[in-house]
Design a protein around this ligand. Structure first.
Ligand code: NAD
Length: 271
């Protein structure tokens, strides 16, 4: 039997590819021999990522592309189809939170900034729908393709303070199941849609929330660790293997799933 995990012939588009988890995944996939297309918001970020990645492989390209801009997505799609002739995988990695969509420690729900709330919903949810609408055209032509969305442990249960992001990622879970069903019913078993749900990984966005300047955990950091059976935060490389599996032929009967990568956070009641 062929190596079910071989992804070296795939063309993989990654949005948010200058970021920590999505960018790390893109680099890992490049190392596995895939052709990786890096998409992120600003040209300067793309330029510096491509410069760094060229030392790994020359099977790469990259474009500045806002995942909320349908025209920009269409233009990048046509360019990739011209250059590579196909797209096999879309990884919807662009996402994140904003302070106004979160309730501060001294605030309550009446203080929510509804504009920031909407922006967070847009980035995480619409920012996964629009690239899907664009790149699925190749999957429909090929009758084969894979999508991996990024959910979060903010989705399945209430995480205090983080309203907009939690609502958005709950939408991403539903989108994953909805799109998996829609595409399979219309186009058969070659097109699969899944998501990963990382738990707590220390990033620039959440570092101050979880870790004090002296390296000790904040009160919230301790709350997270106490509900994580592994008693530690995740490290970015720990998402790569699950994504590799989901986009490979090893997962050919797997669609509509949201896979926790969380050190047991979602299994443990905390008691
Ligand atoms: P990150 O903040 O490091 O990177 C996000 C990237 O998305 C940035 O490079 C940013 O420029 C880009 N981006 C923002 N808006 C964009 C837009 N409109 N169009 C295109 N690109 C845009 O995030 P990350 O750690 O790589 O996270 C990847 C995904 O995983 C996100 O959806 C995030 O919500 C999710 N997630 C992250 C963690 C974590 O701890 N880092 C945990 C759970 C889920």
């Amino acid at each position: 039997m062929n190596n079910l995990f071989d992804i070296s012939d795939k063309v993989i588009v990654v949005t948010g590819a200058a970021g920590v988890l999505a960018g790390g995944t893109a680099k890992y996939l490049l190392e596995q021999g895939a052709h990786v297309v890096f998409l992120d918001l600003h040209q300067n970020k793309i330029d510096s990522v491509l410069d760094e990645m060229k030392t790994v492989s020359d099977k790469l390209s990259g474009y500045a592309c806002n995942v909320l801009d349908q025209a920009a997505l269409d233009s990048v799609y046509h360019q990739i189809m011209q250059d590579c002739g196909r797209v096999d995988v879309l990884i919807n990695g662009a996402g994140g939170n904003m302070p106004g969509a979160t309730i501060g420690p001294e605030q309550d729900i009446t203080d929510l900034n509804i504009e920031d709330y909407s922006k967070v919903l847009d980035l995480n949810l619409k920012g996964s729908v629009l690239p899907t609408m664009t790149f699925v055209k190749a999957f429909i032509q090929q009758r084969k393709g894979c999508i991996v969305n990024f959910s979060s442990m903010a989705s399945p249960q209430a995480l205090t303070r983080v309203l907009g992001y939690s609502n958005a990622k709950a939408g991403v879970d539903n989108l994953t199941r909805w799109m998996a069903t829609e595409l399979a019913l219309k186009y058969g078993d070659g097109i699969r849609v899944n998501a990963v749900a990382p738990g707590f990984f220390v990033s620039n966005q959440n570092r101050a929330l979880l870790i004090n300047d002296d390296g000790s955990y904040t009160e919230r950091g301790n709350q997270v660790i106490n509900k994580t059976p592994f008693r530690r935060f995740g490290e970015s490389h720990e998402v790569f293997g699950t994504i590799h599996y989901l986009i490979s032929d090893a997962a050919s009967f797997v669609t509509g799933t949201v896979v926790p990568i969380d050190g047991g956070f979602s299994s443990f009641t905390g008691v």
